[in-house]
Design a protein around this ligand. Structure first.
Ligand code: SF4
Length: 326
């Protein structure tokens, strides 16, 4: 099995011309798909007192919203405005996915979830759903609902905010769940045939380079189809900003070259069939006093490819056999 996976790593390299497994909707579904971020009016159990209060220390949801997504607007209208916005540059052969992004998009009674997901799927031009949520906000009923929508022909993906594989970090950022909860949700989702993605942050307080390089050991055994990484961004007014001010030595920071090297180190250890959906993000400048825009995503991808090429390396080259054990 291990040898097979290593061979697959080499094949991946030959097949898509990239040294890592870049996520591509075109490759996966054979059509051009664009995600439209939505605010469907959900809240978050880590803010309303159910799991915690105050939220994750890095969080300001407003920093991640496009202008057309707003909780007051009906879902269909947000999607129509999003499609109009994107069609100006994508052209008529692009289809769309409703990206339930803001807050926790499985945190509501089942009837409410069914109604909102259905409204999105009934909007002309929408081919499926991408549901961003916390791993402690799903249960059998919700996963069965999503599996049922997939069985009716919709594309369905779930993105879990995992953020870190280390419980001490999750406690420090007031996440309100542990890594075992994330692993359980990923397994339960994938068991229903739903594509499952983990979102992880690089540079959370207290995490060392060695901890980041060991992260694939925790991810490789999971039935993930995709991971997304991004560097920690310190948003104005958040508890994370106060923590950064008082203990800057606890935070790893990188310039673009250093960040590309870190990503290369991580990807060399990551299972090659896990697609990499994102490696960087940036909030609008008004949300941070410490803009860390690095490079545009495509420029950073080129830098990462260069790093891997100069090492004669690729995603999964340093995969450790025992990191695949469940
Ligand atoms: S990051 Fe997500 S889970 Fe954490 S407080 Fe913000 S909305 Fe809630």
């Amino acid at each position: 099995m291990f040898i097979f996976i290593l061979l697959q790593a080499r094949q991946t390299r030959l097949m898509n011309g990239s040294l890592f497994n870049r996520f591509s909707y075109l490759q996966r579904y054979g059509i051009r798909l664009q995600k439209l971020a939505l605010d469907a009016g959900f809240t978050c159990p880590n803010r309303d007192g159910t799991r915690g209060s105050g939220g994750c220390t890095f969080c300001d949801n407003a920093a991640f919203h496009p202008a057309y997504a707003s909780a007051g607007k009906p879902i269909a209208r947000q999607l129509e405005e999003g499609m109009a916005f994107h069609r100006r540059r994508t052209g008529p052969d692009t289809f769309f996915l409703a990206y339930f992004q803001a807050f926790s998009n499985t945190y509501a009674p089942l009837d409410v979830l069914r109604q909102r997901y259905t409204e999105a799927l009934e909007t002309p031009g929408i081919r499926g759903l991408v549901i961003g949520t916390r791993p402690d906000c799903v249960d059998d009923g919700i996963l069965d609902l999503l599996a049922g929508l997939k069985a009716q022909g919709a594309i369905v993906e779930v993105e879990y905010g995992v953020e870190s594989v280390y419980d001490e970090t999750l406690r420090r950022i007031n996440r309100g769940h542990d890594f075992a909860t994330a692993a359980g949700a990923i397994r339960a989702t994938a068991a229903r045939g739903i594509d499952t993605c983990a979102h992880l942050m690089l540079g959370l307080p207290g995490e060392t380079r060695d901890m980041l390089l060991a992260m694939p050991r925790a991810l490789n055994p999971l039935p993930l189809s995709c991971v997304k990484f991004h560097q920690l961004q310190i948003i104005k007014g958040t508890p994370m900003e106060a923590e950064f001010r008082s203990r800057p030595e606890d935070f790893l920071r990188w310039d673009p070259e250093g960040y590309a090297s870190l990503l290369a180190d991580i990807l060399e250890r990551l299972r090659p069939d896990i697609a990499v959906g994102r490696i960087v993000s940036s909030v609008p400048p008004r949300f941070t006093d410490r803009p860390w825009h690095l490079l545009r995503p495509e420029a950073l991808v080129r830098l990462l490819e260069e790093r891997l090429k100069e090492r004669n390396s690729w995603q999964g080259r340093l995969l450790e056999a025992d990191s695949l054990r469940k």
